[in-house]
Design a protein around this ligand. Structure first.
Ligand code: ADP
Ligand code: MG
Length: 230
């Protein structure tokens, strides 16, 4: 894989990735064990036992830690990209296919308006994570009933992807904190999604910015370097 962060030595990257992968495994293993024990404990309690709530809450908190561990690992993985020519339309269609049922359930309509031949140099895995994060945020913002629209437009030497939702939008404070790691307004959020998105976009030589209006909706703009077919 080609390394996009030129100022970091290849060797440092590898050891950094190994260190964080190992750390995350070391965090996940005990969590898995604790979850197992909690479930056993739950089985030993009566259906009506009020203490079941403690177990439920503990499991929720453990899931939070798992979510954090997953996002942190992804952030460190985003340093090492496996760069190939990627068709953006394919990537986006796949993601929307994956979440289609969930959107249908929540009455969220979507439209994709994607150029056929828009290719970028990128890491498929990381681009998936980038757009999945934006989609999940849009779905959270819309909650139920609403729309999400994605457009891709080839510009001179780059591709512009617009990711729009008519969800709750953001106030000035949220806007100012958006890309700050661990900033979240959600009960179950990690606040790492957009921080990760920004890292991925920047590691691909692109930029990400947004426009949002409280009560109206949000558009994220992503510009990525364009690859010519020839
Ligand atoms: P998380 O989703 O875990 O909260 P993110 O980094 O993905 O973390 O997002 C940070 C915060 O930015 C969210 O908690 C939310 O308040 C706000 N946000 C992100 N995307 C949108 C959006 N499409 N519409 C409204 N608010 C958003
Ligand atoms: Mg998110």
């Amino acid at each position: 894989g080609k390394n996009f962060l030129i100022h970091i030595e290849e060797e440092d990257d590898v050891s950094k990735n190994n260190f964080f992968s190992t750390l995350m495994h070391e965090v996940k293993n005990p969590i898995t064990a604790i979850k197992g024990y909690l479930k056993l404990l739950e089985l030993s309690l009566d259906e009506t036992d009020g203490r079941r709530k403690f177990i439920y809450n503990s499991l929720q908190e453990l899931e939070r830690i798992e979510g954090l561990a997953k996002d942190i690992l992804l952030i460190y993985k985003s340093i090492n990209c496996n760069i190939q020519k990627i068709n953006l339309k394919e990537v986006l269609e796949q993601i929307f296919d994956f979440y289609e049922a969930e959107m249908k359930k929540r009455n969220i309509d979507y439209t994709l308006c994607l150029s056929d031949d828009v290719n970028v140099m990128g890491d498929r895995n990381l681009l998936n994570i980038l757009f999945a994060n934006l989609l999940l945020n849009a779905m959270d913002a819309v909650k139920e009933k609403g729309f999400i629209a994605v457009r891709s437009t080839p510009l001179e030497n780059r591709v512009l992807v617009e990711f729009e939702d008519n969800g709750e939008g953001m106030d000035e404070y949220i806007k100012s904190q958006l890309f700050t790691p661990f900033f979240t307004t959600k009960e179950k959020g990690t606040g790492l999604g957009l921080y990760l998105c920004k890292k991925i976009v920047e590691n691909h030589g692109g930029v990400i910015y947004f426009n949002s209006e409280k009560g109206k909706g949000t558009v994220f703009y992503i510009e990525l370097p364009f690859v010519n077919e020839s």
